[in-house]
Design a protein around this ligand. Structure first.
Ligand code: CO
Length: 138
């Protein structure tokens, strides 16, 4: 298994709409998706479109949200994860496990905000960086 292209950079923020405005007004990145709630994932999400990638803005929905604790430590928000594409998410998961990496949650791929299966690799395996692997969108 070898990771493919960088799909997006995940950024945790206290307010997705305000963050979208920052990228539009300060950086001219005014192309973004509609902000959408994913209660099953515990996040409110919008993607800011860039020429070569995207920024995934993540706002916690509730105290159980996976970004809730991150924002407690970083109240203004900050860089949360990197997401790379892989051709086959199940094969990638099996490779990660075989290489001794820790897959977060149940260890089973699940449908993320892009509508394709994803897994997350524990930051302890990647120099402190949380890594998302995502099945290549077809
Ligand atoms: Co992501």
């Amino acid at each position: 298994m070898k990771i493919g292209r960088l799909n997006h950079v995940g950024v945790a923020v206290p307010d997705v709409e305000a963050a979208k405005q920052t990228y539009a007004e300060l950086y001219g990145a005014d192309e973004a998706t509609q902000t959408k709630d994913f209660p099953q994932l515990g996040v409110r999400v919008a993607f800011v479109k860039l020429a070569n990638s995207e920024i995934e803005l993540l706002e916690p929905l509730g105290d159980e949200s996976p970004v809730h604790k991150f924002l407690e430590r970083n109240p203004k928000g900050g860089q949360h994860h990197l997401c790379f594409e892989v051709p086959d998410i199940v094969a990638a998961r099996d490779d990660m496990v075989a290489r001794g990496a820790t897959v977060l949650g149940t260890g089973e791929p699940y449908i993320g905000a892009h509508g394709v299966p994803v897994i997350f690799i524990h930051p302890k395996n990647s120099n402190g960086q949380l890594i998302e692997l995502m099945q290549e969108p077809s």
